[in-house]
Structures are given as C-alpha cells and as structure tokens.
Design a protein around this ligand. Structure first.
Ligand code: FE2
Length: 231
C-alpha cells in the first residue's frame, strides 16, 4: 500500500492518494486546480482511481472530485449529511470502504462542519487517520460557519479520535505551519487547543477566534455542492 501527500499552495490543502497492492487507488480531498498533477501521478504510478473521497464540503478551495469522475470514471463519495446530490455514493459513521488490501473505517466527526468525516486506514500498522479539518497538527478546524459547532468538535476529537490507538498517524486536511503528519499521542500531548482545562474553555476559545472568512468561500461552497463543477 502506498500513501502520497500532495499540497495545494493556494489553500494550504493536503490531498492524499492511497494505492493498493493491486494498483487500485483512492484520492482524498482533491483540489480542482491540481487535477493535472493528480492525473500525471496516477499515470506514473500505474494506478486505477476507484474513489474520490471528501472529508467535508470545503469553503476554501474547489473540489476536483467531479472533474476526476468525468475523466477517470471513479465514484465521488461524500458524507450523508452533505446533501450533495451529484455524488456517486454517500457514506455514514462506522461504514467500511474496502479496495484490495486497503480497509478504510469511516468515522463521522461533526464540529468543523456538520458533514465532517475522518477516514481510518486500519489495514496497515500503526494505522493512518485522515482527519480533514477536524483535527490539524497543533490545531483544529474552525467552527464559525457551515453549521460548525465547537461543542460537537470537542466531542468528535476527545470521544472519537482520542480513543483510537496512540501511535496511529494523523494526516490532516491542511497545514499552515510546515507540518506534514503527526500521531494521536503527539496531538493529545501537544495540541494547544486540546490541552485546555475544560470543554467550556475550548468552546469559548473557538467562539472568539475572530477569523476572516476564506477568500474563496462564496465561490467554493456552491460549486462544491455540485461536486466542484459549474452547473
Ligand atoms: Fe474545511
């Protein structure tokens, strides 16, 4: 099994390509602007793309899922809660997606958005958790739009992600500080947002971040609700 991490410089988004021993593959959170890069890599590695998976409906970049589906005939997959009618398939909590030797456990982790999911590849040791914007390295996703909810985010991280094995590797949906991956243990010990005294403190912090809206938000959300394609 192979994992490739690709970075979109404009939105600081990570996209992941996971390939099986039999050359089938899954892409997580593709960015429309980089579809040519993915196509080249998929071709160079001699892979067949089976699924394009979204961790959530993104506000800061346009998804490449619809374009990849048009070109490679893969299935685009989103969470049940997203309401994205153009998707090929919907997933829900605790479902498994399996391709050859790749086993992905789907975890519903609302909070950053109401349609946020994490994907746990548990067919390798120590396990790889693709956290989208639910849990970032030394940070978390924001909770101030798209039905974001700091209370739900806290519960998703502490009751779901932090109950998994400590040595599982975390592959986040973004990074703004030069990190690429972490582990559950590392984030339990060193994530400043999660080392607060109480859930209330976390909620207060998240409700007072006072961040500007993402530049692409008004364009990206409606397009992503249509698989990243113009209507
Ligand atoms: Fe996001």
């Amino acid at each position: 099994m192979l994992i490739r991490q690709l970075f979109d410089k404009n939105s600081c988004t990570f996209t992941y390509l996971i390939g099986s021993k039999d050359k089938n593959s899954i892409i997580i959170d593709p960015v429309l602007n980089n579809v040519d890069v993915y196509l080249t890599l998929i071709n160079q590695l001699n892979l067949n793309l089976v699924y394009s998976l979204e961790t959530h409906t993104h506000a800061d970049h346009i998804s490449g899922s619809g374009e990849l589906r048009n070109i490679l005939n893969c299935d685009s997959i989103v969470g049940n809660e997203s309401g994205i009618e153009c998707a090929s398939k919907f997933i829900e909590d605790n479902e498994y997606l399996t391709i050859d030797d790749i086993n992905i456990r789907v975890l519903y982790t609302p909070g950053h958005t109401n349609d946020s999911y994490c994907f746990l590849v548990d067919s390798i040791k120590p396990g790889a958790l693709f956290t989208g914007d639910t849990l970032l390295i030394r940070g978390t996703g924001r909770t101030d739009f798209q039905s974001g909810d700091p209370s739900k985010l806290y519960d998703s991280i502490t009751n779901k992600i932090f109950t998994l094995y400590d040595d599982i590797e975390i592959y986040p949906g973004h990074d703004y500080n030069g990190f690429s991956k972490s582990t559950i243990k590392e984030e339990k010990n060193h994530n400043p947002r999660l080392n607060l005294k109480s859930k209330k403190e976390f909620i207060d912090l998240m409700n007072n971040l006072d961040l500007p809206d993402p530049e692409m938000m008004d364009i990206a959300i409606p397009l992503n609700e249509n698989c990243g394609l113009e209507k």
